[in-house]
Design a protein around this ligand. Structure first.
Ligand code: RUB
Length: 300
C-alpha cells in the first residue's frame, strides 16, 4: 500500500496538484500497486485494488479527474487477467490525458489572435497548452497571470510562460477588473464541468468570469473530457474543498478569534462561459450533458 499512501499524501498536501496531474498520479499509483501485488487470488486482488482506489479518491474532493481516473483504471478489473487489465488501462489513461492536453492546445490556439493579451488564473496545464501553442504558431501574445491567493499557483504559471519566452505580467487577484480593458480573452482550466455546463475551478475564477462578461471579453475554459462530472447528470452536487485556514494567515494572541475561511474552488455559471475547449473540440457549455452521456454513460 506504500505507493498508494504516498500518492494520497502528495495529493492531499498539494505536492501533486492540478486536476490533470492528480488524475495521472492516481492512475500511475494504481498501476505500480497492481504490479507489486503477488500471490493473490483474482478476488483478493480485486478487493485490494478497489480499496486502494477508495483511498486515492478520498485525498481531495473537488477535481473529478481523480475519481474518473480511478474508475477508468479499475474497469480493467473486469478483464480476464485483472492485473494486466489495470496496468493497460492506467497506461491508456496517462497517454490519452497527455494527448488530450496537446489537442486542447491546438483547438484553443485557434481562438487566440495575433496581438492578443490573454488572462489566466491559477496553474492549469490545459490552459498553458493553449497559450504555448498560440505562441508556437508565431502569434504575438501577452499573458496576464493572477497571483491566485492563498497558494499562489499563478507564480508557477508566470514562471513557466516567462521561461517559454512569452511576454508575462503578474497581477494581484483583485486587479482583474482594473486591467480587464487590456485583456482580449480569458483562458482558465477546470477541476470539474457539471452536466448543466457550469465550471468548477480555482477560487476566484467566477469573479473573473463576471468581470469578463461585463466587459464583453470572451471567457474560455480548457477541460479534458475526464473533467466532466458523471454524477452531476443524476443530480449530485460537487463538494467544494475548504482547506486549512493557516494557508490564508495565522493570527497570534487575541486575534486568533478572527474566523478565516479558505474555499479552494468556486462555481462559474454556464452563462458566463463562451466555450469549453475539450480534446474532441470546442463545445458550448450546453454541450456538457452530451459529453457526459457519450463518455461516461457506463458510470451512472
Ligand atoms: C488547480 C486548478 C486548475 C485546475 C486545472 O487547483 O484549479 O485550474 O486543476 O488544472 P489546485 P489542469 O492547485 O488546488 O489543485 O489543467 O492542470 O488539470
Amino acid at each position: 500500500m506504500d505507493v498508494i499512501k504516498e500518492t494520497f499524501e502528495k495529493i492531499k498536501n498539494m505536492e501533486i496538484r492540478g486536476a490533470g496531474r492528480i488524475g495521472r498520479a492516481a492512475a500511475n499509483a494504481l498501476k505500480m500497486y497492481a504490479l507489486k501485488i503477488q500471490h493473490l487470488s483474482n478476488e483478493e486482488f480485486k478487493n485490494r485494488m478497489k480499496k486502494a482506489g477508495e483511498v486515492l479518491v478520498s485525498a481531495r474532493p473537488t477535481a473529478v479527474s481523480l475519481p474518473n481516473a480511478v474508475k477508468f483504471v479499475l474497469k480493467g478489473l473486469e478483464d480476464e487477467d485483472p492485473k494486466v487489465g489495470v496496468v493497460k488501462r492506467a497506461e491508456e489513461f496517462i497517454n490519452s490525458s497527455l494527448k488530450a492536453i496537446e489537442n486542447i492546445g491546438k483547438f484553443g490556439a485557434n481562438r487566440i489572435r495575433d496581438g492578443d493579451t490573454i488572462l489566466t488564473h491559477c496553474n492549469s496545464e490545459a490552459a498553458i497548452s493553449v497559450i504555448k501553442t498560440a505562441y508556437d504558431e508565431g502569434k504575438d501574445i501577452k499573458v496576464f497571470c493572477t497571483e491566485t491567493r492563498p497558494r499562489n499557483q499563478g507564480y508557477i504559471t508566470a514562471k513557466t510562460l516567462y521561461d517559454y519566452g512569452i511576454d508575462t505580467t503578474l497581477i494581484v487577484d483583485s486587479a482583474v477588473r482594473y486591467f480587464i480593458r487590456e485583456i482580449d480573452i480569458v483562458v482558465v482550466g477546470a477541476d470539474a464541468i457539471t452536466a448543466n455546463g457550469c465550471l468548477v475551478n480555482k477560487i476566484g475564477t467566477s469573479q473573473i468570469a463576471l468581470v469578463a462578461n461585463e466587459s464583453r471579453v470572451p471567457f474560455l475554459t480548457a477541460a479534458e473530457t475526464y473533467k466532466f462530472h458523471p454524477k452531476t447528470i443524476v443530480g449530485e452536487l460537487i463538494e467544494i474543498e475548504e482547506r486549512d485556514p493557516s494557508e490564508v494567515v495565522v493570527f497570534e494572541g487575541k486575534y486568533r478569534g478572527i474566523k478565516i475561511r479558505n474555499p479552494a474552488f468556486d462555481v462559474t455559471p454556464s452563462k458566463y462561459i463562451d466555450a469549453i475547449i475539450t480534446e474532441v473540440g470546442l463545445i458550448p457549455p450546453q454541450g456538457a450533458w452530451y459529453i457526459i452521456e457519450k463518455y461516461f454513460g457506463w458510470l451512472k
